[in-house]
Design a binder for this molecule. Structure first.
Ligand SMILES: [Zn+2]
Length: 223
């Protein structure tokens, strides 16, 4: 067994703790991973996010073989692997059963683009049809829902995002949960307005002009 890269381990552990502290993950229902070369690190099955430790991470090669770590990898390892294989830009993945995201995933077919922060997710967020957890079928429908996007809801299950790093994936999940919460509240009052393609392009141009990283807004600069 080889040693895992300490900086990635530290970031994954910090991301798990942050996801638990902010209510995105309760108990053991979530998984987080990060790509390292053609391998990836992923949380072990049944681990609590609020107390996740480096010993509860597994390193897998691109064929899904465990090359470091002593525990069984997350039941959604196949889903993470499918994303890393097909999306070169994915550096880290976070899957949760965050309450607002999961609630809307029980009702909507797609979360419309109702807020400009959703640019970080690639726009409107599709809801993948329900399939049993931990299956190749779930991985396939979720991958399809992620086409051209960095986030997807999973019907009657939860949410998944990917980004360049674990910290960025955590921020993306926060944006998704925020958008779901806002949509739900707005829908109590009427039909939420949706940003049109022109407004969308305007936001993209403004982000470019001001040099904002969409998933990593510069600290101390309000938007
Ligand atoms: Zn799940």
């Amino acid at each position: 067994m080889q040693a895992m890269p300490t900086d990635v381990v530290r970031e994954l552990v910090a991301t798990a703790h942050a996801a638990a502290a902010t209510g995105l993950v309760v108990g053991t229902v979530g998984n987080v991973s990060a790509r390292i070369g053609d391998h990836f690190l992923i949380s072990a099955s049944g681990t609590r996010f609020d107390s996740l430790s480096p010993a509860q991470l597994c390193e897998l090669d691109c064929d899904g073989n465990v090359v470091a770590g002593t525990l069984r990898p997350s039941s959604e390892t196949g889903l993470h692997r499918a994303i890393y294989r097909s999306r070169a830009e994915a550096g880290a993945i976070l899957h949760t059963h965050a309450p607002w995201s999961t609630a809307l995933a029980c009702v909507l077919d797609e979360l419309p683009c109702i807020h400009y922060q959703m640019l970080a997710l690639g726009g409107a967020v599709r809801v993948a049809p329900y399939r049993c957890f931990g299956t190749d079928e779930l991985a396939a429908v979720t991958l399809a829902a992620l086409e051209g996007r960095r986030a997807a809801l999973m019907s009657n299950h939860g949410a998944i995002v990917f980004a360049e790093s674990p910290a960025a994936a955590f921020e993306a999940m926060q944006v998704l949960e925020f958008a779901c919460r806002v949509y739900w509240r707005a829908a109590q009052l009427g039909m939420p307005r949706v940003l049109d393609p022109q407004q969308w392009q305007e936001v993209a141009a403004q982000v470019q002009r001001l040099g904002y990283g969409v998933t990593h807004p510069r600290r101390g600069r309000g938007r």
